[in-house]
Design a binder for this molecule. Structure first.
Ligand SMILES: [Zn+2]
Length: 424
């Protein structure tokens, strides 16, 4: 894909991060950045290091990073950040890893680029990585080893091409994005005034591809519902309340809740368990429920419906709590929903980058680390790390590096358009 016109021999004009220049069209800014000699050097670095990037991807995938068990991978990434001469390389108390490429403007806020380092695979999962007919295989190889590698590629290309932006670029490898990690790593970043007050935009790299812009956060809430009873013998205690039967009735009642097609709203009972043996009346039964919607009102409505179903089934006909049953509804996940405004600088910038690269991308809604800043009214998007992949969240996951180049150029141009860059 063409990065634009050939580089000028010498350019002294800077596209800088300042109010007066913020009004310059995003397209001009991107076109100007794409002309810079150093940017072309960065692009060339992506091509000449294609094999090294694949090796890094296999290496990081082989380091297990189950939810709440990312320490080894945090240490690995911290070492890579140090090799790339980023400044202030460190981990926080959760294992989020940070590194900064300083800018030329001491007053400019950070442009942050992040990739989650955790996987969905539980501790003890056998991890086998391999390269086969040009493709890379292994659990987590795309989601999110491709994002981690893109983070390193951007830092590597900027270092090799001595590309210094006006604003400092903050590189973040964050923990706890997947499943019940519930975005804990990125939440923590935005709970620290040190970062929260100084990050202007966050670009999240999550999974392969170059054809999507996730600018709309998908909200989700997850619950664990537990029904408890006395328990007993299936024959001699027959007739006492049975938590599994009660839970089944709760599920049946809740699953009758109507949901709108727009805004798309969904629910799922993903796990149930309980009981000890076929001839015991169980002492407890538990289920895990996932609800999703772009609309907070719809999530509230489903939450009310869940409580209503629990109350109705565990109360008697007069509305009093049944003596023999207790129920508990615990929130085990709460991802906020919010959208990036259409007029935001970030959306204009990624659109301009895609136009520059002749890349076609669709706006999508998903639940990613970008949900955290979006819910705080801050600018964030999630995009892919280039190449293509499949089998996400399965042991058979794969990544095809064909076209990674385009994805990396897209990320670099976006970061430079946001951070401002000159060829000096
Ligand atoms: Zn992911």
């Amino acid at each position: 894909m063409s990065p634009g016109p050939p580089a000028r021999a010498s350019s002294t004009e800077a596209v800088s991060f300042s109010e007066s220049q913020a009004s310059r069209s995003a397209q001009q800014q991107v076109a100007r950045a794409a002309e810079l000699r150093k940017v072309h050097e960065g692009f060339a670095w992506f091509r000449s290091h294609a094999r090294e990037l694949e090796d890094l991807q296999l290496e990081v995938t082989s380091i297990a990073a189950p939810p709440w068990g990312e320490a080894a991978r945090s240490a690995w990434l911290e070492a890579r950040f140090s090799e790339l001469a980023l400044s202030d390389v460190h981990q926080d108390e959760l294992g989020n890893v940070f590194g900064i490429r300083p800018g030329t403007d001491p007053n400019a806020p950070y442009i942050a680029l992040s990739a989650h380092i955790d996987t969905v695979f539980p501790e003890g999962t056998t991890i086998e990585v391999r390269r086969d007919a040009g493709k890379l295989h292994g659990p987590g190889i795309s989601d999110n080893s491709s994002g981690i590698v893109a983070l390193l590629a951007i830092a590597g290309a900027m270092q090799a091409a001595t590309l210094t932006a006006a604003a400092p670029v903050l590189f973040i490898g964050d923990v706890g994005e997947e499943g019940e990690g519930d975005l804990r790593g990125m939440r923590h970043v935005f709970q620290q005034p040190k970062w929260s007050a100084s990050i202007a935009s966050l670009v999240v790299l999550d999974g392969a591809g170059s054809d999507t812009i996730i600018a709309e956060g998908l909200g989700s809430r997850r619950y664990e519902v537990t029904v408890r009873g006395h328990g007993g013998h299936s024959w001699s205690d027959f007739g006492i309340a049975n938590p599994i039967i009660a839970l089944a009735r709760i599920i049946d009642r809740f699953a009758g809740t109507p949901v709108p097609a727009l805004p798309k709203t969904t629910y799922n009972i993903g796990m149930i368990n309980g009981g000890t043996s076929v001839n015991s009346i169980p002492e407890s039964a538990t289920m895990k429920v996932d609800t999703r919607s772009a609309s907070v009102e719809q999530l509230d409505r489903l939450e009310s419906a869940l409580h209503e179903a629990v109350d109705a089934i565990t109360s008697d006909s007069t509305g009093r709590k049944k003596q023999e049953l207790t129920a508990e509804v615990r929130i085990i996940g709460n991802r906020p929903a919010a959208d990036l405004p259409v007029e935001s600088q970030l959306l204009k910038a990624i659109r301009a980058v895609d136009a520059q690269l002749n890349n076609v991308a669709r706006i999508q809604r998903a639940s990613t680390d970008a949900n955290v800043p979006l819910s705080l009214g801050r600018e964030a998007i999630a995009i892919g790390a280039g190449g293509s992949g499949g089998g996400a969240h399965t042991i058979g996951e794969w990544y095809d590096p064909t076209g990674r180049d385009l994805g990396l150029k897209r990320i670099l141009l976006l970061i430079l358009a946001l951070a401002g860059v000159s060829d000096e």
